[in-house]
Design a protein around this ligand. Sequence first.
Ligand code: NAD
Length: 331
Amino acid sequence: MNDAHARILALRDQLNLYNQQYYVADAPTVPDAEYDRLMRELVALEQAHPDSFDPDSPSQKVGGEPLAAFPPVRHALPMLSLDNVFSEEEFAAFEKRIMDRLGREQPLTFCCEPKLDGLAVSLVYEQGRLVQAATRGDGATGEGITENVRTIKAVPLRLRGGGWPARLEVRGEVYMPRAGFEAMNQQARETGGKVFANPRNAAAGSLRQLDSRVTARRPLAFYCYGVGLVEGGELGERHYDILQTLEQWGLPVCPEVRRVSGGEGCLAYYHDILARRDRLPYEIDGVVYKVDDLALREQLGFVARAPRWATAHKFPAQEQLTRLLNVEFQV
Ligand code: NAD
């Protein structure tokens, strides 16, 4: 085995361990920036050595194994991850790639959204009533957490108005606003309870509780950012318009969502949100750009673990490895 193959195997082992700690135990031991650095190294090596391809590599997979303590929920449409860009150059390459694929010259319309640092959930409404909630899990199968989600005040149990599809799957992020996170950790420090590393892990740990009364006491919130399978009704042809419709039905949509024209519009959005990042009442680790026109999305399709029609533009890392040594980061 040569050096590159040995390194690939070592990276896969390391990333599998970090995935288990992060997704299953809600207890990461390294900052996201370190995880992202190792993942990028793995992806670059796998691209340079296609003979090492393995469908079980962490570079091909979404999330982690669902916990057996919860009933499994098979997603009607897979819940994928997002590809990342870390610089304006990488963003320009993403934009060019999709323009080339679509054979387009004029700017595309994008929907820009904060990348909320929480936990993806799928909510199924039948005849306007919430009947099922699940985590993303491994993308194909999630954990059934309906009772827990029902305790989150921002999630409507019944949709407002009318005209909803007979069956509507809404997707969004359960997150913990900063203020609630600080207060909860402060209380945990005083009472010897569990102190969470960051709002993302606090949200995930709070939602995946066996006793929904525990979840009910946690300061969780929710924003929706898309739909999954829709049956018995139409929602429109553009993502931004769909979000507006969901909002009219009482589903909360982040007020920072904007529709923009072309790459210039995306980067202006990125800089505006980055400048205000610390003043937002919730943590975000970047912004997400999504092609707005659903027909174009259809043409672009997906790769193994993410759609081609969207990317996350990550912010520069704030966490430092040394913070892991602080009690603040222990879980
Ligand atoms: P991701 O967080 O990079 O992107 C996909 C997720 O973004 C979605 O599932 C959804 O939950 C979320 N999201 C937030 N706002 C959204 C919006 N507006 N629209 C669509 N989705 C939105 O992907 P991931 O697969 O969940 O996690 C990978 C990342 O998690 C890594 O890049 C790393 O930062 C972190 N991670 C860290 C460790 C660790 O040990 N520290 C381990 C595993 C993963």
